[in-house]
Design a protein around this ligand. Structure first.
Ligand code: PMP
Length: 371
């Protein structure tokens, strides 16, 4: 039985041809030397225009192109965090935040949200968590792993609370912003309550455009902060390879043509996964508004003994059982701060997804009724 992985954070789609063609052209033109550290003017302009088209006034001077969104986050953590600072992160959240913070001064403060409450983050919850030491409120919109998006109203209410905290920056990771199944994502930058000097967005090309291997991300923020981040990038990485930036520019300029085909597959696969989960007893989940994951609660299947004789106590044990006995890979919820859950990507070929869901059902049912 071939291994099927629903654990990856990248989709199965090929990177856009527009990207490959532009990169080849740039290489042939000899764009193989240091480029401008902040990003090519043409790419920064294309990014600013994407936001301007959504009514968000971002100038090219407020854009820093980074080698991936991870690097965008690492750059910001390095510039903003001082000893004793706290980074407040609503959970469940992407494990990468925790990994990045191992290499910076800040401490991650989880702000737990619950599946039963639709992963809602209320102003009261936020107020009770923020302190004078809170330096960054790190939102992910749409969420990974939950697929939850914040409405404009929710964001405005949260921003209202942040106004009382002078040291705080609001950082919104919007890397899945173009992968949605209903309403488009509201960028934090479009909110009335967003303070220009204190609001930052990171985004990238890995998810929406299936370009994870190109290492392309960006920061949008106040010019003074961007200048500091450019300095850090100059001292450490230099700019993103120019031919890669040309590829990014070609991609963003043809996004209207590129996105619908991927969206259509993902919309269909989301339904396949929903139906596949619905026929497994006692599995609860949030129907994702965006991104390409379900994050079901499989707690009902824990504390049971598998055919290997092991008692499955955690989501890590459960995922190991599914990998060993069914060649099915999921990402354990413990990594995202949500014991008992597992993240399942539906950005895989539909027939493989159907097969994966059959294996999951079989594996879980066998735990309930060992033969
Ligand atoms: N932020 C989130 C929420 C992510 O899920 C990921 C990738 N899994 C990243 C950032 C990192 O993206 P990149 O490939 O651009 O470094």
């Amino acid at each position: 039985m071939e291994v099927i992985s629903l654990a990856a954070g990248s989709s199965y789609f090929k990177s856009p041809e527009a990207a490959t063609e532009a990169a080849i052209k740039a290489l042939q033109e000899g764009k193989t030397f240091y480029g401008p550290t902040q990003g090519t003017p043409a790419l920064r302009k294309a990014i600013s225009q994407k936001y301007k088209a959504e009514g968000i006034a971002i100038e090219p001077a407020q854009v820093l192109v980074t080698p991936g969104t991870k690097q965008a986050l690492y750059n910001l953590f390095t510039i903003l965090l001082r000893q004793g600072d706290e980074v407040v992160v609503p959970t469940p959240a992407w494990f990468g935040f925790h990994e990045l913070l191992k290499y910076n001064s800040g401490t991650l403060v989880p702000l737990p949200t619950k599946l039963e409450e639709g992963y809602q983050l209320t102003p009261d919850m936020l107020r009770n968590t923020l302190t004078e030491r809170s330096r960054i409120l790190l939102l992910t919109n749409p969420g990974n792993p939950t697929g939850r998006t914040y409405s404009q109203q929710e964001l405005e209410a949260l921003l209202e609370v942040t106004k009382d905290f002078q040291n705080l920056y609001v950082l919104s990771d919007e890397i899945y912003d173009l992968v949605t199944y209903g309403n488009p994502v509201t960028s934090i930058l479009s909110c009335q309550g967003a303070k220009a000097a204190r609001t930052i967005v990171v985004n990238g090309f890995s998810k929406s455009f299936a370009m994870s291997g190109w290492r392309l991300g960006f920061i949008l923020g106040p010019e003074a902060l961007i200048t500091k981040c450019v300095d850090f990038q100059n001292a450490t990485m230099s700019g993103v390879s120019e031919f890669v930036q040309d590829a990014a520019q070609a991609t963003i300029e043809s996004k209207e043509k590129l996105l619908p085909a991927m969206q259509e597959v993902l919309q269909h696969n989301r339904e396949v996964m929903r139906q596949g989960l619905d026929i497994i007893p006692e599995v609860k989940y949030y129907l994702p508004d965006g991104a390409y994951y379900f994050f079901p609660d499989f707690s009902h299947y824990l504390n049971r003994t598998s055919i290997t004789g092991e008692t499955l106590l955690t989501s890590i044990d459960l995922c190991r059982y599914l990998r060993t006995c069914y060649n099915l890979e999921l990402s354990p919820g413990d990594y995202f701060g949500a014991p008992g859950h597992a993240r399942m990507s539906f950005a895989v070929e539909t027939p493989r997804l159907e097969d994966a869901l059959r294996r999951l059902r079989q594996g879980l049912l066998l735990l309930l009724h060992p033969e």
